[in-house]
Design a protein around this ligand. Structure first.
Ligand code: FAD
Length: 405
């Protein structure tokens, strides 16, 4: 309904096609079908729980289409709303924080019936009457694991500790994969690792917003080098070709004031931390960043020619995507140094469309379900931007429904 209001044509089928194309058709179509069919209903379900979504959809970096529905409060918005919901049922739902799942418990018939947890050095056993759902995320921060598995799209790049990760260090160690493997689950496509172009150098933190519009990607010298609307693997490969780091350049259209929030820091805070530079003119920005002023001006001019309709498309294939694409004509101009960072691990536990975990013979492991980044097959070899949360929410819900059957 939001897309209709913005005159953006979309359909379940188009979302399916984009997800398959983005994943280089390595996705499991059965899982993709479930994802795209359930994404709108799951969003409505979340709205019913009190989660607000912004009225305008946006093109998420690597999202390939204006389809990104952003929740109010970002990631925490989801947690806050779902936490409030489960708190209404204290006799039914108990939450144990800082408790690490370390082993799954199987009975003699081969059914998964519980989880062994560790809390403050003590063992806590959780017995399940209906089923166990693994939803422990990916292994992006586990340097050893990602190096051992890096035989896919990034095999030419050493994914060692010099390549940062956008994710929470402790939460993305791949624990769930180890738990599942111990009970015979089939792990698939672990070499499909996604890098995101929006990492802060050294830390990988996504404090700057490479998504949205009105920004261009430039080489350290100030040349445009890639269509910013390309898929994430294409973007990161182009960045590595240019030496591994690049600038995102924008102006006051994107950041109207210094206290404008750019993801989790304001643009003013970013400047104070040395994570962004500003210049009232193109020449001043070039001087502060070491870019060649002529190249920087030429790059901004080409972008402006496309968004003002002077040319239909530039030589990189960049086109005006939405009415929100505006020219950058006046300062202040901003530049942020960025690097590719490990962001998502597309491979994982093999599931069917009911989120049941499969073993190496394709048989269901009774009592065991999995959802979200810990699973494999939904995203193929490249996750389309915006499909990460959709995946976690859709299959999170599906796994709960399946376990209750
Ligand atoms: C900075 C950033 C921005 C993003 N922006 C977007 C976006 O705009 N749109 C989008 O669609 N996607 C986005 N994503 C991707 C999206 O957040 C992930 O795809 C999604 O969070 C995966 O959900 P999940 O529940 O499977 O795993 P997670 O969100 O990683 O949650 C896994 C949880 O399991 C816990 N855990 C791990 N191991 C254990 C264990 N042994 N015992 C107990 N608990 C354990 C972790 O602590 C964590 O809380 C973004 C990701 C990052 C890092």
């Amino acid at each position: 309904e939001r897309q209709n209001r913005q005159n953006i044509e979309d359909s379940i089928d188009r979302h399916f096609q984009d997800t398959m194309r983005g994943g280089h058709n390595k996705n499991n179509p059965e899982l993709v079908k479930k994802l795209v069919e359930e994404a709108p209903t799951t969003m409505h379900w979340l709205e019913g729980k009190g989660l607000g979504f912004w009225p305008k959809v946006r093109v998420i970096v690597g999202g390939l289409y204006p389809r990104g529905h952003s929740a109010e409060g970002g990631g925490y918005g989801y947690v806050k709303v779902l936490e409030k919901f489960i708190k209404a049922y204290p006799d039914k739902v108990k939450v144990f924080t800082d408790t690490q799942a370390v082993k799954l418990i199987k009975n003699e018939a081969g059914k998964v019936i519980g989880v062994v947890g560790k809390q403050d050095g003590k063992t806590v056993n959780f017995m399940a009457s209906k089923g166990v759902i693994i939803a422990t995320g990916g292994f992006g921060s586990n340097v050893e694991m990602r190096q051992a598995r890096n035989t896919g799209v990034w095999k030419e790049v050493t994914l060692d500790k010099n390549i940062p990760c956008t994710n929470n260090f402790k939460a993305s160690q791949g624990d769930g994969l180890k738990l599942a493997e111990q009970v015979g689950a089939n792990l698939i496509n672990l070499d499909d690792i996604q890098l995101h172009p929006g990492g802060t150098p050294k830390t990988g933190i996504m404090s700057f917003w490479p998504s949205g519009r009105n920004r261009i990607f430039l080489t350290p010298q100030g040349d445009r080098f890639v269509n910013e609307d390309a898929a994430r693997d294409t973007l990161c490969k182009a960045i590595f070709k240019e030496g591994g780091n690049y600038w995102i350049v924008s102006n006051h259209v994107k950041y109207p004031t210094l206290d404008y929030l750019s993801k989790n820091l304001t643009i003013g805070e970013m400047i104070n931390l040395g994570q962004a530079f500003s210049g009232n003119t193109i020449e001043e920005l070039a001087q502060k960043t070491g870019m060649d002023p002529k190249k920087l001006r030429a790059s901004i001019d080409t972008y402006n020619d496309v968004v003002t309709g002077k040319i239909k498309e530039d030589n990189l294939g960049f086109k005006k995507f939405t009415q929100d694409d505006k020219p950058m004509t006046e300062g202040p101009f901003y530049a942020t140094p960025m690097v590719p960072a490990v962001h998502h691990t597309m491979g994982g536990i093999q599931i069917n469309s009911a989120a049941q975990v499969l073993d190496k013979n394709g048989q269901v492991i009774p009592g065991l379900f999995a959802a979200g980044e810990v699973t494999g097959g939904v995203h193929g070899s490249n996750r389309v931007g915006g499909n990460g949360i959709a995946d976690a929410m859709v299959f999170g819900r599906v796994s709960g429904q399946s376990a209750l059957k």
